[in-house]
Design a protein around this ligand. Sequence first.
Ligand code: FAD
Ligand code: NAP
Ligand code: SF4
Length: 684
Amino acid sequence: MTSTYPNLLKPLDLGFTELKNRVLMGSMHTGLEDRFWNIHKFARYFAERAEGGVGLMVTGGYSPNLVGQLAPLSSTMNNRGTALLHRHVTGAVHEAGGKICLQLLHAGRYGYQPLIVSASATKAPISPFKARALSTKGVERQINDFVDAAKLAKFAGYDGVEVMGSEGYFINQFLCERTNKRTDKWGGPFENRMRLPVEIVRRMREAVGPEFIIIYRLSMLDLVEGGQTWDQVVTLGKAIEQAGATIINTGIGWHEARVPTIVTSVPRGGFADVTAKFYGEVAIPICTTNRINTPEKGEEILAAGKADMVSMARPLLADSEFVRKAEQGRSDEINTCIACNQACLDHVFQAKRASCLVNPRACHETELVLTVAPVARRVAVVGAGPAGLAAATTAAKRGHKVTLFDADDQIGGQFNYAKRIPGKEEFYETLRYFQRQIELLQIDLKLNTRVDSKALVGQGFDDVIIATGVKPRTPKIDGIDHPKVLGYLDVLRHNKPVGKTVAVIGAGGIGFDVSEFLTHDFGQHPEGEQISVADWQAEWGVNPTFEGPGGLAEREPTPSPRKIYLMQRKTGKVGGGLGKTSGWVHRNSLKHRDVEMLKGCRYDRIDDQGLHITLTDKNGKAQESRVLAVDNVIICAGQESFRELYDQLSESGVKAHLIGGADLAEELDAKRAIRQGTEVAAAI
Ligand code: FAD
Ligand code: NAP
Ligand code: SF4
């Protein structure tokens, strides 16, 4: 069979078993791991992905013991009862023709619980607890627990395990001097510091026999000061091969690193060259990872000889049929992960079950079930923003006859402005996905059509879904009508000229995005194109040779064509409401472009001189008055629901479903809009 992705879809012979292709679904904690009563949901989640054709999957991390837990009561593999329960998962995956490994993750000092242990008594910046230093015997106990957990995984029916040796967790903490200050045989020179992972893999292999996959996740680039050097990475990788690993997977960056590794502004395949540099050092298969979200990118990397396998984690949350669609030449139908982290990682960090912004069924496969409708109804959806698109496509998938209206000349609603922000180019993919679904599902799309109640009443629609979105809020500020005041739509939709000095009012997601947009020079880097890996490395301080401790380099300046002030009234951290795993990247990026962030702002007036503000303390007491002599003031002060149509329909006695921003503007994001659109259409 000829294929568009011959390298990606080629089987991989591991000697004792064969993987049907080169796609590894990388480990992701989903929250389903932590509670035994979710085991059937967990099984269905993996079974759908196995049915979708993934070569090999890895579960979220399971601690081999209590001290290694990520949080109290979180996922652990330390007894036969738990292992027996996991046979539901392995059975479902095997029945679907898939293969699955259990990840063994000892959190070390990253644990969010008081029992944590590490190489030395240190405290991670991302945990409130200080780790206790292990005794020499204590280290032996951890190794035994890893080995026992691997035996339990085998008993549970797993095809193998992945030993988590990267991302700054327990094993990584032994490897680096910054966290390993020991003087016994587990500390000191690198030969001693690397003894822990090598012993884990060696003793594990002895215990599980030759026909069991052991993936070792090797930290190839620590991205922290005092991290491993390249020579040390290679030395460890070779020793891990000798110790009996089947596959080496790539690990990039400690969680406390101040270099982003997976957010959407990291260019696609941004770390594949790290794996490429390692490739050839060992004979066993090597897997690359991070920000690979399309079959094209995976194929390109493998064809260039940079790795043997490609790990994709979030892209398989976004679309369980990713591999099947690639095999069938339907990659334009893939629901692409946009690397926003909003429903996956951000949820996990808030102890909520993971899902996916573009696919709300992810991790809810047994709950959000899309059945074929008993009777095909005529459904009108007004508004083709994320909410309306989700509703229209879900209803049509279920067999309803859908007409989708939008006043604009293109689908997407506000996503058309989001996609213009440098670093958010992935948002184009969501629009491509929905456009293709509209064609495939034969939805009657009516663009350039502003709908009023007359267009709907008496037109034979059985159901009407209103997804008319939001309109920007205009704050009450003296001088708000001054010609130098613009709204974010003036900038991102109408391309109005913006001066060299700018005040942005409102530091929510949109204020940050507008500031990012205005600090870029599109002459150097065309809009809509992702930044090159080399430019991104220079901006974030990644050494392009990956040499030196942690692979870090001096950051190069990124001058902005404009002076920007970004302001909020709250006195807390500017942009404190941004995503948990991405907010720091946005703040850091703007600081690097010399954006001045001001909190506790009272906006006194706008006039020819500029914006007059008073800075207040947390009790609202005035501290300082300033005049920002700006050319433009850009309003990004949140939004209000746009629901005139819904109100008109209600007056005409038509009961419509109200979704997305039209329903509730407060704390609206695309995650809620898409989920609500899907849920409403799933119930019609
Ligand atoms: P909208 O997207 O506002 O869509 C409403 C649609 O209805 C529009 O297309 C409009 O033309 C149409 N319409 C209105 N009235 C009528 C009518 N009478 N007849 C026909 N059509 C009509 N969210 C995130 O989750 N993550 C992000 O990173 C993110 N980044 C953003 C960046 C920017 C710059 C902006 C502006 C927004 C961003 N958002 C982000 C917010 C996200 O885009 C919105 O939450 C989402 O678009 C709301 O979806 P919606 O379908 O409810 O409304
Ligand atoms: P937002 O996050 O609610 O932010 C609105 C900002 O305006 C806040 O900084 C608020 O801060 C300020 N504000 C509110 N009322 C004001 C008033 N009357 N006068 C002056 N300032 C006022 O909304 P948004 O930025 O418009 O974003 C809309 C939604 O899109 C958000 O919910 C967000 O989740 C989503 N989004 C997400 C991302 C992302 O990267 N994840 C990016 C863009 C948008 P103060 O009250 O402190 O002044
Ligand atoms: Fe990808 Fe965002 Fe979905 Fe996470 S929530 S899988 S980052 S699209």
